[in-house]
Design a protein around this ligand. Structure first.
Ligand SMILES: [Zn+2]
Length: 114
């Protein structure tokens, strides 16, 4: 395996981990504030697990920056509704926890699409 390929793989892995963490944090924040639960409630845990699986299974991770900007809608309709709710709530708030510029894209593209 060439060095270039290794580097690409490592980058991809970091990107995936990054996205997984943000999505998980957003759902946790949403649940804490909206559902008032200390731990993830059942509904949010199901959503978090679902979102995590989608991120891991994503065939477009290399090209896209975030699921919200992806052309492939791999989320099931009901899950998409729920994640959109979470984004709407947590998007503007999570930037204080994760001051990554990419988050702005995540947030705005989710809103605009709806
Ligand atoms: Zn919840």
């Amino acid at each position: 395996m060439s060095v270039v390929t290794m580097d690409k793989k490592a980058k991809l892995l970091r990107k995936t981990e990054h996205e997984r963490r943000i999505v998980a944090d957003m759902i946790a924040l949403y649940c804490r504030k909206v559902h008032g639960s200390k731990e993830l409630c059942d509904e949010c845990r199901a959503l978090a697990e679902y979102a995590d699986r989608r991120t891991l299974a994503c065939p477009q991770m290399e090209e896209k920056s975030f699921c919200s900007q992806c052309k492939t809608h791999c989320y099931r309709a009901d899950m998409r509704e729920r994640i959109r709710e979470v984004m709407r709530f947590s998007g503007p708030r999570i930037v204080f926890y994760h001051p990554w510029a990419a988050l702005r894209h995540l947030y705005y593209s989710k809103i605009r699409k709806s």
